[in-house]
Design a binder for this molecule. Structure first.
Ligand SMILES: Nc1nc2c(c(=O)[nH]1)N[C@H]1C(S)=C(S)[C@@H](COP(=O)(O)O)O[C@H]1N2
Ligand SMILES: [Mo]
Length: 236
């Protein structure tokens, strides 16, 4: 027990992130003590990552010939089960600390100034791809709707029940966009149609697809994978 604890403390002091997903670390005498400790460590890790985050540091960008073809799909289900959202009736619902919560139609999002980026997408499973996404910079959108950007979190709910949230400094990062297009074409259902978050400073699971609701809040919203033990901040 003592050995184990000192090992964890050393890892903590070194800032080593212990992978939590799929790790059944059990102590027969204190069944959930180790679990609590690891979660406390992940929360501590979130704070360190947030402190190290530089809002002016850009994620690397790439040239068109470096784009990975075909792109790679991932979700908590297989590609044929991806939700299909009716684009005609689609509305992006707004919630929380936002002045104007009028829902947004797709056509309204499309006439806002768009930004395009060729960036790398990194999944926690160990693969990475390069793609081109374009859409509305999230910080422009948040300002337009009168979001209280002093709040801590921006949360997202998706058409498939997936959910995610990010810290406000990362939401205001210049490369964080509400993506509508991939390779200059509207997103397809498995890849997040009609609107997805593209945030190249964070891991793949922090890029929710087929977003139906966006909210601004000070109450920690968690996320589909973060609630299962994956590190919430998961970014640089
Ligand atoms: N709505 C929704 N968004 C999601 C997921 C999901 O299951 N549902 N999976 C996440 C994970 S783990 C990854 S790696 C990326 C995959 O995005 P891609 O299919 O465009 O590669 O989407 C993220 N966003
Ligand atoms: Mo992922």
């Amino acid at each position: 027990m003592i050995k184990r604890r000192s090992m964890l403390l050393r890892a903590m002091a070194l800032g080593v992130s212990v992978p939590l997903g799929g790790c059944n670390y059990e102590d027969p005498e204190h069944p959930d003590l180790a679990d609590k400790f690891l979660h406390a460590m992940s929360a501590w890790n979130d704070r360190v990552q947030a402190a190290l985050f530089d809002p002016h540091t850009l994620a690397p960008t790439f040239k068109p010939d470096q784009i990975t073809r075909p792109p790679r799909f991932n979700a908590f289900y297989s590609i044929d089960q991806a939700p299909v959202v009716d684009e005609a009736t689609y509305r992006l619902e707004l919630g929380g600390q936002i002045q104007d919560k009028t829902p947004w139609k797709l056509t309204q999002l499309r006439v806002l100034p768009q930004e395009s980026q060729i960036t790398r997408f990194v999944c926690v499973e160990g693969w990475r791809v390069i793609g081109q996404w374009s859409g509305v910079p999230l910080r422009d959108f948040l300002r337009r709707v009168g979001a209280d950007t002093r709040c801590k979190y921006v949360s997202f709910k998706c058409a498939d029940g997936y959910y995610s949230s990010i810290d406000m400094p990362s939401a205001l990062h210049p490369q964080t966009i509400l993506a509508l297009d991939f390779l200059g074409q509207p997103l397809t259902p498995p890849f997040g149609a009609p609107v997805r978050l593209r945030i190249p400073t964070k891991l793949g699971f922090k890029n929710p697809k087929s977003i139906v609701q966006l909210a601004v809040t000070n109450i920690y919203p968690g996320g589909y994978w973060a609630d299962q033990g994956y590190n919430w901040f998961s970014g640089s």
